[in-house]
Structures are given as structure tokens and as C-alpha cells.
Design a protein around this ligand. Structure first.
Ligand code: THU
Length: 159
């Protein structure tokens, strides 16, 4: 028997300590929070994806009375980016959330399905996606979605 330890490091930064480019991306995510359609959960999420051509693609959560038909902000953004600019890579994605009148205190963490879709995007474009998880005053910065989806499943299992 052996035990395997899996760990990763993330960077925590106050918003004021972000680079200008990262600050702009977080601000872009925050700006689009009002575009979320979240009448059921009242939890608005917004994602801003920076592409390697410099364009920022935004997505917000879009809910539905038939709840499985809705979609999270991260997948809305990434599916739109892959549809509109299939030749471009997503270099960084910033995610922000708003609940009960304010941006949530702790950085938002993506759901498992969004991690899986971001992983497929990394594999497809053959380069990692930096992930900025934004809270009210601070952010977590992660260098690759793989860091937050250890032991992940991808197409190599059936290649
Ligand atoms: N949601 C996202 O858009 N992204 C996440 O990372 C977590 C959850 C949405 C889904 C649903 O519309 C609402 O937040 C509450 O779960």
C-alpha cells in the first residue's frame, strides 16, 4: 500500500495587487454580473475570458424553470468563445459572483461541470488557462484548471 498526496499552490492577491491586465478582466466580469439571468437562485455569476487575440468574451449564468436546462457563467463564456473564435486560445478566465446585494466575500469556486469543460478547452488548445476567482476584496489565481481538477477524466482514456 502507498499513499499518494496531491497538492497544489494558488496565489491569493488583494484586488489592488492584481496586474493591470488581470484587474481589467475582473472588472469586466463584474461589469457583466447584471446580465445574469438568475431569477431562481438569485445568485449571479459572471465570467470574462481573455483570448490570445486580445478579445474578452463574457458569459453569465442563464437559469431556466426546468433547472437542468440552464447554464453556468463559465460554460456560457467558454462555449461562446469556442463558437465565435475557434482558432483562439483562452489565456485567462476571471469569475465573479453577486448575492444578496453584493459581490460575494470569498472567491467564487467553479462547479465540477465547469471545471470539466475548462479542462477540455485546455486540452483542445494545448495550453493552460489561468483562472482568477474573484471575491469582494481578494482573488485566488490558479495557473491551470488541472490544479483544481485532480485525477481528471479526459479523452486519453479511450484514445
Ligand atoms: N453557477 C455558475 O454560474 N457558476 C459557478 O461556478 C457556480 C454556480 C450558477 C448556476 C446557478 O445559476 C447559480 O449559480 C446557483 O447555483
Amino acid at each position: 500500500m502507498r499513499k499518494i498526496n496531491i497538492s497544489f499552490q494558488l496565489e491569493e492577491r488583494a484586488k489592488a495587487e492584481l496586474s493591470d491586465a488581470d484587474k481589467l478582466l475582473v472588472e469586466s466580469a463584474e461589469k457583466f454580473l447584471s446580465h445574469a439571468y438568475a431569477p431562481y437562485s438569485k445568485f449571479s455569476v459572471s465570467a470574462a475570458a481573455l483570448l490570445d487575440n486580445g478579445i474578452v468574451v463574457n458569459g453569465t449564468n442563464q437559469e431556466n424553470a426546468a433547472s437542468p436546462s440552464g447554464l453556468c457563467a463559465e460554460r456560457t463564456a467558454v462555449f461562446f468563445a469556442n463558437s465565435q473564435y475557434p482558432e483562439c486560445k483562452v489565456t485567462t478566465i476571471a469569475i465573479s459572483a453577486f448575492f444578496q446585494g453584493e459581490i460575494i466575500a470569498n472567491p467564487i469556486t467553479p462547479c465540477g461541470s465547469c471545471r470539466q469543460v475548462l479542462l477540455e478547452t485546455e486540452n483542445r488548445q494545448k495550453s493552460p488557462i489561468r483562472v482568477i476567482l474573484a471575491g469582494k476584496d481578494n482573488c485566488f489565481i490558479i495557473n491551470s484548471i488541472k490544479d483544481i481538477l485532480p485525477l481528471n477524466f479526459d479523452s486519453t482514456f479511450f484514445e
